[in-house]
Design a protein around this ligand. Structure first.
Ligand code: 13P
Length: 254
């Protein structure tokens, strides 16, 4: 019932030329793939090029961050209206690297989520605990807190269905993914919290995907879990064949 989403977060990798070279190889590989939604989140400088190259394909494109206001004296920022004006329709919010390196707070994630919904952008909201919090037994508390803040006062809209990405900080870029059991436990907590905040229907329909060292050789075991609705892939999405293989492993290419 929930269509899986396999998304690529390119972080601070790839020039426009490199992004287009990726797409030249990648797009033919997923041309007929309909089972999953596919999305790519390139850097801001590649965004318009990638959007144009993905027009009339099954691949959605989004930005990795944005401001919550439409315009203003905020050097270095990009607004939701600016993203929408170049045909960008997805947005990644609250990634732990933004929280850690750009001081993004839970409140900001909330403001950005409301702005995304107001502008019809499809948001992926990232949550996840640090190793320290997990070892202190605080995983559930962290996830509930991050979601309570992010979803505070949010009214869901059919134009902007919310996806939650569970990305435990300790599994990102380490080469060792969380186990399917750890992920399923976290996804159950996330789904309960979404239902508590946005209602049972939203709890049932919201996609909860996993990110953290997803690769071609572990995606099959992750996708076998009924609670895992897809993946947000960093390093292994940078190579077109590797990313296509992940999509292919998740569900066979038609
Ligand atoms: P890696 O797949 O490189 O661990 O990155 C995960 C991630 O942060 C996706 O947003």
């Amino acid at each position: 019932m929930r269509k899986p989403l396999i998304a690529a977060n390119w972080k601070m990798y790839k020039t426009p030329t490199e992004s287009l070279a990726f797409l030249r190889d990648f797009l033919p590989l997923v041309k007929h793939h309909t089972r999953d939604d596919i999305a790519i989140f390139p850097t801001m400088s590649s965004l318009a090029y990638v959007i144009e190259a993905c027009q009339d394909t099954r691949v959605d494109v989004g930005a990795q961050t944005m401001h919550w206001l439409n315009e203003g004296p905020y050097t270095g920022q990009t607004s939701p209206t600016m993203l929408a004006s170049i045909g960008c329709d997805h947005i990644l919010l609250g990634h732990s690297e933004r929280r850690i390196y750009a001081n993004e707070t839970d409140d900001m994630v909330n403001w950005k989520l409301k702005a995304a919904i107001a502008h019809g952008l499809v948001p992926i909201v990232c949550v996840g605990e640090s190793l320290e919090k997990r070892q202190s037994g605080l995983t559930e508390a962290v996830l509930r807190w991050q979601l309570a803040c992010a979803l505070n006062g949010v009214t869901p809209s059919p134009n902007s269905p919310i996806t939650i990405a569970y990305e435990p900080v300790w599994a990102i870029g380490t080469g060792s993914s969380a186990s399917p059991k750890q992920i399923s436990e976290a996804h159950t907590i996330i789904r309960h919290e979404v239902a508590a905040r946005l209602g049972d229907e939203a709890g049932e329909n919201t996609r909860v995907i996993y990110g953290g060292s997803v690769k071609a050789d572990n995606i099959a075991s992750l996708m076998a879990e009924p609670d895992i609705d897809g993946a947000l892939v960093g390093g292994a999405s940078l190579d077109p064949h590797s990313f296509a293989k992940i999509i292919q492993y998740a569900y066979s290419l038609e």
